[in-house]
Design a protein around this ligand. Structure first.
Ligand code: ATP
Ligand code: MG
Length: 268
């Protein structure tokens, strides 16, 4: 079933001096219910802008989008957002941050229910025992876990994640990727996820489909042909993984995905 449909969305940013900057120019794509879709593309191509439209933070100038079949505008309780920079309130403890998120979507919950739900998600992300700390008293990776816990605890069926692990060191990034995969694989209700990343391996590991963005629109929509549940090491050993990865890398370097003679560079 179609969960999110973007139809020919265009968006302009208006700068304070009156200049207009066109950021999206005819963006169309569909995400089905329960799918994990990554958006990749060069810096500045408009990935975050797509998420901002979906989160209701920016209005397109033309085109339309539907969520669950209904034309949508503005913010909504069916969408949770995780940003690259842990968007926790610094003046609240981790527990209060998570409870705040829950209250947004479940204003009628009792104190006991709030505490129980916060505990459940603190445990899921491995932060039990740290709940009374303030964000500044946690490492970057732990803060991002708390931000993920807060968004998950809102129990939205759509998750919008903008480079959620972008500022995390390599080891913690792996831990958080595995954690998110595990939470999603074992969730009672399948979530629909749009995930922005610069990391090709992360996109392949996590996604059912990868959307490659260029020239202010979605240029390629690529199915990730590896079965779920995915385990990092098994995936690396699968026949076809290398060629597939190469095809995605080539999108960035050669503007095409057919070339096979690319020698792998560093830092990809
Ligand atoms: N508030 C704004 N006002 C004017 N221009 C903006 C604004 N926000 C973004 N832009 C411009 O719109 C374009 C798309 O920005 P966006 O943040 O969506 O890119 P991105 O693909 O997420 O990049 P990155 O990978 O670096 O995060 C960029 O050229 C950016 O400079
Ligand atoms: Mg961005």
């Amino acid at each position: 079933m179609e969960k999110i449909v973007f139809e020919d969305i265009a968006l302009d940013y208006r700068e304070s001096n009156g200049t207009v900057f066109n950021a999206l120019d005819g963006v169309s794509f569909t995400v089905n219910e329960g799918e994990f879709v990554s958006i990749i593309g060069s810096s500045g191509c408009g990935k975050s802008t797509i998420l901002s439209v979906l989160a209701g933070l920016n209005e397109p100038k033309s085109g339309s989008y539907r969520i669950d079949g209904a034309e949508t505008r503005g913010t909504g309780k069916n969408r949770g957002v995780v940003f690259q920079h842990y968007s926790l309130f610094p003046w609240m403890t981790i527990r209060k941050n998570i409870e705040f998120g829950i209250k947004q979507n479940f204003p009628k919950q009792s104190k006991k229910e709030l505490a129980e739900k916060a505990d459940l998600y603190l445990k899921k992300v491995g932060l039990k025992g740290f709940e009374n700390r303030y964000p500044s008293q946690l490492s970057g990776g732990m803060q991002q876990r708390a931000a993920i816990a807060r968004t998950l605890a809102m129990e939205t069926d759509i998750l919008l994640m903008d480079e959620p692990f972008g500022a995390i060191d390599a080891k913690n990034r792996i831990i958080l990727q595995d954690l998110l995969l595990d939470i999603l694989d074992t969730a009672d209700v399948k979530k629909t996820i749009i995930f922005v990343t610069h990391d090709v391996d992360e996109a392949i590991l996590m996604s059912d489909r990868i959307l490659f963005m260029k020239n202010k629109k979605i240029e390629k929509d690529i199915n990730v042909p590896f079965p779920r549940p995915r385990k990092r090491n098994e995936l690396l050993e699968r026949s076809g993984f290398r060629q597939f990865r190469q095809r995605i890398v080539n999108l960035f370097y050669f503007d095409e995905d057919e070339k096979q003679d690319f020698q792998e560079g560093e830092g990809i």
